[in-house]
Design a protein around this ligand. Structure first.
Ligand SMILES: NC(=O)c1ccc[n+]([C@@H]2O[C@H](COP(=O)([O-])OP(=O)(O)OC[C@H]3O[C@@H](n4cnc5c(N)ncnc54)[C@H](O)[C@@H]3O)[C@@H](O)[C@H]2O)c1
Length: 366
């Protein structure tokens, strides 16, 4: 199969769909890999890194799309890319179709085979191609939170680890899922006191079993939240209700109970956020202040660490890429139920009912 790796052209995206390690595996399996010149620059991979493992570097994005049977990338195609997608071409990337009718219509029109990372689903309901980005964001939440707690950044001026003779900072983590556990682990590693809340007792039991004793679990309810926001320095929002908007468990009126300079990192911002005062921000302008509380609400946190994020993403996508290339998309999806769930649009037909529901469309694939 001919596999194409275009450079991401969406604003501020430096990740790339495949590392030289992935190219090495594909070439070893007798596939041809076209990489657009400069595609890996933002993630630390040069053209020659790719060429050394057998990739053919092409000058333009148009050539990569025109010559490939399958495109492997990171973000959904943007307007400039729609016309490049070929009829019958496999496009394997994050799509998030339900949030863009324009993109969905464009991919229907192009009659491509769209397999979305975010809907590839394991038997136990977990989303293996989303997990690594939550891991990155959870860990980053503490790194960013620690920075914005500094006085020049308008934070309380607290060092999370404390020093001998001075108590460490206090971190409140909302949600003990992937983001929450990674955040708790980082904060605990710095020596901070951590309180982690969830409504799922299984998650709390797990955290209680694996974390050190300065990570304390509590059930998530309004009483406990109101109690803890008063004396925690950093609050991390890592709540998810699958397929729904995040519940606003920190309301506007609670901000006045927090100490000035408290920092909120609402990682769940991409699902609307779990704080009433959350609004999406970017890496250029990541924070804003309401009632003396610093809010960090960047929607694509992993984009700031493209080297780590590219490696983390491609580690989990590569086995699926290899399967698609070796077997062809039809056989690969027949043999792998997780991959089959990733199939969203097939040659002009919408496969997943969630997309039809999102736009109140009739089943056009009848
Ligand atoms: N901003 C970013 O760059 C970025 C990156 C990755 C993930 N995210 C987002 O982070 C959020 C969390 O992702 P995840 O992978 O950790 O999800 P997850 O499903 O692993 O964990 C979510 C947890 O929230 C818990 N929860 C639900 N309701 C709760 C409540 N009322 N109180 C406390 N806990 C509650 C669930 O029980 C679950 O344990 C998602 O919205 C995800 O999209 C954002």
């Amino acid at each position: 199969m001919k596999v194409g790796i275009p450079k991401e052209i969406i604003n501020n995206e430096s990740r790339v769909g495949m590392t030289p390690a992935g190219v090495f595996e594909l070439v070893r399996n007798n596939h041809t890999v076209y990489v657009q010149t400069g595609a890996g620059d933002g993630s630390g991979f040069s053209n020659s890194d790719y060429q050394q493992v057998g990739a053919i570097v092409l000058d333009t994005i148009g050539h990569v799309y025109a010559m490939s049977d399958m495109i492997v990338k990171v973000k959904e195609p943007i307007k400039e890319e729609y016309a490049l997608v070929q009829r019958g071409q496999v496009v394997f990337t994050y799509f998030h179709f339900a949030s863009s009718e324009v993109l969905t219509e464009a991919m229907i029109d192009r009659k491509a085979i769209c397999i979305a990372y975010e809907t590839v689903e394991d038997e136990d309901g977990t989303l293996p191609l989303l997990t690594p980005m939550s891991e990155v964001a959870g860990r980053m939440a503490i790194q960013q939170g620690a920075k914005y707690l500094e006085k020049p950044e308008k934070g309380r001026g607290v060092l999370l680890g404390g020093v001998p003779g001075v108590a460490p900072g206090r971190v409140l983590v909302l949600g003990a899922g992937v983001v929450g556990i990674q955040a708790a682990k980082m904060a605990a590693g710095l020596g901070a006191h951590v309180t982690i809340l969830d409504v799922n007792m299984k998650r709390l039991r797990y955290v209680n079993d694996v974390m050190p004793s300065h990570v304390v679990t509590e059930f998530s309810n309004e009483f406990n939240i109101r109690k803890h926001i008063k004396d925690h320095d950093l609050i991390v929002g890592g709540i998810l209700l699958k397929g729904a908007k995040a519940p606003k468990i920190i309301t506007r009126d609670m901000l006045k109970d927090m100490r000035p300079g408290t920092v909120i990192v609402d990682v769940a911002v991409d699902q609307g956020g779990c704080v009433e005062t959350t609004r999406p921000t970017t890496h250029e302008n990541p924070v804003y202040i309401i009632d003396d509380v610093v809010h960090y609400c960047v929607t694509n946190m992993p984009g700031a660490v493209p080297y780590t994020s590219t490696m983390a993403l491609t580690n989990v996508t590569l086995p699926y890429v290899l399967k698609l290339a070796n077997l062809g998309w039809e056989k690969a999806c027949q043999e792998d139920a997780s991959l089959l769930k990733g199939l969203n649009i097939l040659k002009g037909k919408v496969i997943r009912k969630e997309i039809l529901e999102a736009f109140k469309w009739q089943a056009i694939n009848d």
